[in-house]
Write a protein that binds this ligand. Sequence first.
Ligand code: UD1
Ligand code: CA
Length: 452
Amino acid sequence: MIIVAILAAGRGTRMKSDLPKVLHSLGGLKLIERVLESARPLAPSRQMVIVGHQAELVKAAMQSIQSLEFVEQTVQLGTGHAIQQLLPYLEDYTGDLLVLSGDVPLLRTETLKQLLQIHQEHQNAATILTAHLSDPKGYGRVFCNAENIVQQIIEDRDCTPDQKQNCRVNAGIYCFRWQDLAKVLPHLQTHNAQKEYYLPDAVSQLSPVMAVDLQDYQEILGINDRLQLATAYEILQRRIKEKWMTAGVTLIDPASITIDDTVELQPDVIIEPQTHLRGNTVIHTGSRIGPGSLIENSQLGENVKVLYSVVTDSIVQAGTRIGPYAHLRSHVEVGAGCRVGNFVELKNTLLGDKTNVAHLSYLGDTTAGIRVNIGAGTITANYDGANKHPTKIGDRTATGANSVLVSPITLGDDVYVAAGSTITEDVPDDCLVIARTRQVLKPDWRKKKSGE
Ligand code: UD1
Ligand code: CA
């Protein structure tokens, strides 16, 4: 049995931010969400988040995540003190406790599984993650005997110059046999440079404690400032891109592309340069996105093409072409085999299959049927200064260039709107509607004007 505890009470001073550190976003997820995600497949019986600094903000941001328990550490007297706060909640608990840091977001689930497995196999009192770093500055140093049994962990600030030469660092990720830890926790002292209760001191008092070396040291990167946040983002991007390329996605100039790890791509998707895929986006096979596009929280069907465009909160069905320079936003649904072209903005709009909006249009709060042709420069006037109104356009209807559809308005099936019309009243099926003044011709105008 395993309980997960996440340390998230610290200040995060070096972020220089009003936002609590663990709520900073990394590739579409908050730091603490990433930590939780990495532990979720272990199926912990409880997930306890230790909060303190800006506790209310952290709690509010995590409210939607089910089965989290918050434990308050009202003053932050160190990592050992943070774990002491669990004592009253886990009095009769006889299983293991996995301790994670809210600011170490790149850990892989496999790494945690391996840690647990070694811990249980060897029946250790504690098992800790370690890594050999070329620049171990700032990390606690781990001293082991020849059998890889931990003797001592000494914080960077408390190390002698000699001890600082040890490059084996404490990742801050621990698995404890809870009953053993619970016995030593009340006896922690603050005889150290920071005058804090250190969790690593508890580790030093347990036996046996084993150290497990990380294969990929990047996993333990802790986020203490914005530079480390950017470094973590780079590492994450490399991981995500490698995953999709291995799965059969082509990335052209990967360095110029960013992909959130909430995105899903099918094989034979091609992503062109300067393209950014965010949020809950799914792109089906054969689609080609970019160059220069942003797709956020959107579903794109098979063989969709998007060129230099922005698509957010939208659904685009198979074979549709978007762009260049189109903008689809807030609840747009475009059917199959459509074309949404140059300088077209769609908002809260539904287009049936094989409908085209090829040039210079704005459609807002509009429902259009199948095989509709929206002429160049057609605009829905959907806003009267106070409210938005709907526009309905029937199947096979065509609007001429530069039409204005003043909503609320309904155009039936097979309607033709003459170019340059301003339509203010509903139009039944099968009509040609012309709503513009007739052209007036005045012959010999120049001569008359000059009185010749
Ligand atoms: C800690 C370890 C160090 C290890 C490093 C790895 C200690 C004393 N040192 O150092 O050996 O190499 O992590 O990243 O544990 N926190 C609380 N309450 C507190 C203090 C901290 O919840 O009273 C939380 C912080 O919010 C953070 C985590 O504990 O999420 C680690 O604290 P931090 O101050 O960043 O420890 P480090 O100095 O990085
Ligand atoms: Ca830290």
